[in-house]
Design a protein around this ligand. Sequence first.
Ligand code: G6P
Length: 477
Amino acid sequence: DLSGISTFGPSTMIVVSNRLPVDATENEDGSISWGLAPGGLVTALEPFMRENASTWVGWAGISDLVLAPFERDGVKLVSVTLSENDVELFYEGFSNDTLWPLYHDVIEAPSYHRAWWEVYRSVNQKFADVVAAEAAEGATVWVHDYQLQLVPQMLRELRPDLTIGFFLHIPFPAYGLFSQLPWRRQIIEGLLGADLVGFQRAQDVDNFLRIVRRIMAYKVIGGHVTVPSRGEENRYVVARNFPISISYPDIQKLIKDPAVIARSREIRESIGNPKIMILGADRLDYTKGFLHRLKAYDELLSDGDLDPTEVVMVMVASPSRERVDSYIKLRDDVELAVGRINGQYGELGHYPVVYLHHNYPREEMMALFLAADVMLVTPLRDGMNLVAKEFVAARSDGDGVLVLSEFAGAFDELKAAVAVNPHDIDDLKKQILRAKDMAPAERRQRMLSMRRRVREHDVEKWSRDFLKALAHTNRVS
Ligand code: G6P
């Protein structure tokens, strides 16, 4: 339920991300329905916002929607209106067809268009202007992700009194890739408008600092960058990694719900009570390694290493960026591969792949996690991957095996997972079999060790660590 508000004054804590936590979709009759915004960013930030009465600035998900500020769970939501042109050139274009593939190691080729860049700049300015108008004197502003990399500098120009933090949820690429970007200097200058620039992994920080040195020729000592300022004192910017996480308590509450537990049994039954249920749950994105996973599974079935009557792979693929060409093509390729496998190895009433192109509520996701024997998180590149951490947090029974890509940020922490290089189809096959055949004692030992890590490093600690470092940065500089 969304209610209008008029009582909020200027805010001392503002979070800004491309998406608001709520996502609008337009129905055929022109009315609007609200759902939860897709992706890990919103999942991670929601608990923080609930605990810290603050303002969230972002886009509601459809073009030309003008909304007055409104309240949800005690958080003031301020919507930034994007025109159809903004959505095409800023969101689908520069954010998701230039930066996204470039930052994910050019798995798909990034497109560089000057017209997209211009709109990326103007939309970043739009966000900065809205935040500048909302922020109280001396407020803290926390800017999120690759869509808004120019906001820190734009905001600093408008409001030098603010403390500005930036966190990148996706990987930061190596110099050799980043330097392709025709606007590489502008992006680095944009980020260096922040007092603290946070990343997921230590390797992202290394990449960033190396680029700052090589492209800007700024002095870098440890994680500190000296930014020369004309006629003023130098500024210092800190770069550090803060691996994001999930809300452990929220998940414990969900998995104790008798309805969720009953649903997990129902799920197993609905797919014919197979001996082994393998699960994958990702946005339908080319970074997630769908086709590699399907190829490995197909080969395991054809080699006879997996018996199609005993195993079911449930593949949840949530719809994503559906107007971007590479996503349209990926969907076709995935659906072709799924159809082939089911056509080849399926029988009436039993199919080795259950493919679901849907968004599910959190409760249903938890039931799926509880039902699975093997969870495949095999992205080719991923900033963190919160699904891996959610799966671990959900398995209070100490069972279930996580197969985890070395190319996911979560790999740095979840060392007890079954590691896999998803580019290597033979390795994928080997690790899937290893997970399927793992003895109960080993499963339990690995799961308990991963659960401890996630419990002690949950999203509450992540936001606390970041804000503590941000407050500290501002004091010493
Ligand atoms: C990833 C990104 C987020 C993004 C989410 C969903 O998690 O890091 O910034 O919001 O995907 O993608 P979308 O394009 O639908 O916002």
